[in-house]
Design a protein around this ligand. Structure first.
Ligand code: ADP
Ligand code: MG
Length: 418
């Protein structure tokens, strides 16, 4: 049983400066925030701290400035949008560390927030540099992490900083991610069906290995299906195959067979002679792909077979579109699976930016139990790895443990440590 992490709901932030790591890595267009979903997602945690009388230092990265100050990657547009959403001004600090920023931090009143400038303007952030971590920590008195999407990175604002602050709590968004994805890892209701698609096997090989040990059925679609088909010796025409992943795919197929997992590969495909022009587009009569064709989506019989498995599931995890869904004639596989999951009463989780975007576009987001904001972090978590940003957080009972430390008390018995 993994320990529960300390929650933002359990800390008393009144009159204290709280370093709040968020994910404000939003798309910008013409110097404005083009999509504020991530800013909105951080509001419950931010409001929770502000309403409790806390003073908040918001910190995020934006884009890949690679350790240099890139004016186009300033968080200024985010400060503006955040002020609008919050209904009160949020000032942008000139930097994320340094004397002027420290002065602004010390000048905060209860219930006020300050946005720090892009963390990645300093190369030390991604290097998890000790001195930089200490400078970040010096700004505040408490730490809260609500940036689940960055939790798989051992960066200064995610990992190094916690050594310099007494307590590190999970934000509400972080908590929800850990709760939802944790249910998939620990005790999923059966049957548990995973649907995996997307561009590459190589991105998801660890996830695939781990999933085999957990699920009752694995539905494989998208471009990664062709590498699996090759592993089974099936003809895939000119479809994209990752030659160096054929052997790992063979191992996954074997593990599925030995573990009694129903692993479904497509039994028909939407193919074309050219992916670009769509020339010669048709549905294959069976699982084989003709030599002069490339696979671009799962076919109608596969959609039906997948839908049947999905309908019987009590737990569903989906990552990766089933075809080249951005182009209309190849969107049906992804749409059919999205509709099937939406219609199901199962506990359903989506991970992956492109899959989430596809479901959004279909207007089906609200029919899923949880749409992970995590991307890479959710895949690593489900592959069974501990995320450094989560490991860094205080355990939920650590404060009581400090008060009742048996080593300190007069009644320290043989159960005491050391
Ligand atoms: P996610 O972001 O949900 O994890 P990925 O990034 O792994 O998903 O994959 C998404 C991409 O995979 C999409 O751009 C989609 O067009 C592509 N894709 C899926 N199936 C195919 C296919 N059969 N041929 C070409 N591209 C495909
Ligand atoms: Mg993607």
């Amino acid at each position: 049983m993994p320990l529960r992490k300390l929650s933002v709901k359990e800390i008393d932030a009144r009159g204290r400066r709280v370093f709040l790591r968020v994910d404000f890595n939003v798309p910008l267009r013409d110097g404005r925030v083009a999509d504020d979903t991530r800013i909105r997602a951080s509001l419950p945690t931010l409001r929770n701290i502000l309403d409790g009388g806390g003073r908040v230092l918001l910190a995020s990265h934006l884009g890949r400035p690679k350790g240099r100050v890139v004016p186009e990657l300033s968080l200024r547009p985010v400060a503006l949008r955040l002020s609008e959403l919050l209904g009160r001004p949020v000032r942008l600090a000139p930097d994320c560390v340094g004397a002027p920023t420290e002065a602004l931090a010390r000048g905060l009143a209860d219930g006020q927030a300050l946005l720090l400038e892009n963390l990645r303007f300093h190369a030390e952030e991604e290097a998890n540099d000790a001195a930089f971590s200490e400078r970040l920590g010096a700004l505040a008195e408490l730490y809260v992490n609500d940036a689940f999407g960055s939790a798989h990175r051992a960066h200064a604002s995610v990992v190094g900083i916690v050594r310099h602050l007494p307590r590190a709590a999970a934000g509400l968004l972080m908590e929800r991610e850990l709760d939802m994805l944790g249910r998939l890892r620990e005790d999923p209701a059966r049957p548990y069906v995973a649907i995996l698609g997307g561009a590459k096997v190589s991105d998801k090989i660890d996830l695939l290995h781990n999933m085999i040990g957990k699920v009752d059925a694995l539905l494989v679609g998208g471009a990664m299906a062709y590498t699996f088909m090759r592993a089974r010796g099936m003809p895939v025409g000119g479809s994209r195959v990752e030659e160096d992943r054929i052997e790992p795919a063979v191992q996954i197929l074997k593990a599925a067979m030995n573990g009694g997992v129903r692993l479904h590969l497509p039994i028909d495909h939407v193919v074309a002679r050219s992916a670009e022009t769509g020339e010669g587009r048709h549905v294959t009569p069976g699982p084989d792909i003709e030599p002069d064709c490339v696979g671009l989506d799962i076919g109608p019989r596969t959609r039906e077979a997948f839908t049947e498995e999905i309908a019987a599931a009590r737990t569903i995890f989906w990552n990766g579109p089933l075809g080249r869904f951005e182009v209309e004639p190849y969107a049906e596989g992804t749409a059919a699976v999205a509709r099937a999951v939406a219609a199901s009463k199962a506990f359903s989780v989506i991970g992956g930016g492109d899959s989430a975007a596809a479901v959004n576009r279909l207007g089906l987001s609200s029919s899923f139990t949880h749409i992970s904001t995590g991307g890479g972090a959710s895949l690593e978590f489900l592959a069974g790895r501990d995320l450094p940003g989560v490991a860094a957080l205080s355990d939920a009972d650590s404060s009581t443990a400090t008060i009742l430390d048996p080593d300190d008390g007069p009644g320290a018995g043989p159960g005491g440590r050391r």
